[in-house]
Design a protein. Sequence first.
Length: 217
Amino acid sequence: MTMMHENQPHFWQVTPENHTYIELCNALYERELLRLALTPADELAQLPKRLASLPFYIRRAASSILSYQTALGLDSQNASWFSRQFSRCPANKQPADAITSFYLKSAKPGLIVPLYSEEHTLESILLDSVDEVDFKDQKLHCNQFGWFAFNGMPLQNENCNMFMLKPDKNIMTAACCGHQWLNMQKKEPRLLSLRELLLASRLNWRNFARPHLGKTD
């Protein structure tokens, strides 16, 4: 039998990289199981399928986060990124004409978009992806949150508390780090959903109009 070289690591030894991977998986499992435990009664029939696919998506998310090239800091124990938070939500600084111009040029299926959300004075920026574009009526459909005009305006009652933004470094940093503001004051960051983490790990920070290829749904 061939003897293992004394300097060769044993298979059970934990390297810094796979230790971080394990921490990410654990954090994501805790988060997603809690979310699934709150599944509404009318969606319980889909729960077995969601549970069965959970390991695949968690492994993909953990691997994507580990290999993600970004200046954001990583908190592996909470499976989240962090960066300095602005004192006010950066969404308020975007002019409407810049938003329209960006989507007229860059709207396409697969584009990752930031969505400003306000509920009872709680402000945050969510991530979604485009799955349909209507250039004739200058509108697009986001996979989770529905239809928006190219100027950012929501087009459905279900998303009337939201506004589509142009992706830029400040906006996407706030979205990826889960920054929130309550009554125009900084609040503890929220934890991104598994789907948002997968979207965030596809962002191309040099050109937000060209996200890296990947599948999140």
